[in-house]
Design a protein around this ligand. Structure first.
Ligand code: AMP
Length: 175
């Protein structure tokens, strides 16, 4: 089954020049969704993962079933102001301006072996911020898994340069 065929490209969304890689057709496809989760889980089965961390919001949809399949819990990494308890926080740069991401201080324990999951890696800004949060808690990054990599934007290389193994199910050229 070619999972790439289940990704819909929307040109110039949300603004001119962006090719938006829409994963909703893949999520709506029962076999596509199942195979996506299986393909992310397979290389991590024996990695001794303690928890899966997903980045709001599409990282939740993929990350939660991955955690369930690995038999571990799911940690939510969210935009500033959404989590109710005390949080670690990190600011990160966007194309214009900056944003902030948070994680509860007790979600990841010191020495926990964490798998990070999101739908797509572009510049790697969000993934690097999430890694920062996990490391603030003393977690150990065992890998970062994405449905889609946009390698031309350099994010996966940025993670690999930090020693984080990156797994992706497919690549798309360009930004
Ligand atoms: P970045 O922080 O630059 O790696 O961007 C990754 C985040 O932005 C992911 O959570 C994606 O959901 C979203 N994103 C960035 N570029 C795209 C794109 N071309 N199509 C769909 N989502 C994107």
């Amino acid at each position: 089954m070619d999972l790439k065929k289940l990704i819909r490209t929307i040109p110039d969304y949300p603004k001119e020049g962006i090719q938006f890689r829409d994963i909703t057709p893949l999520l709506e496809h029962p076999e596509g969704l199942g195979r996506t989760v299986e393909a992310i889980v397979a290389p991590m089965r024996d990695a001794g993962i303690d928890c899966v961390a997903g980045i709001e919001a599409r990282g939740f949809i993929i990350g939660a079933p991955v955690a369930q399949q690995l038999g571990v819990g799911f940690v939510a990494i969210r935009k500033k102001g959404k989590l109710p308890y005390t949080t670690h926080s990190v600011k990160y740069d966007l194309e214009y301006g900056s944003d902030e991401m948070e994680m509860h201080i007790d979600s990841v324990g010191a020495g926990d072996r964490v798998l990070l999951v999101d739908d797509l890696i572009a510049t790697g800004g969000s993934a690097c911020a999430a890694i920062d949060l996990i490391q603030q808690s003393g977690g150990k990054l065992m890998g970062a898994s994405f449905v889609i990599d946009l390698p031309d934007l350099g994010g996966s290389r940025r993670l690999e340069a930090q020693g984080v193994p990156v797994h992706r199910l497919m690549d798309f050229e360009g930004g």
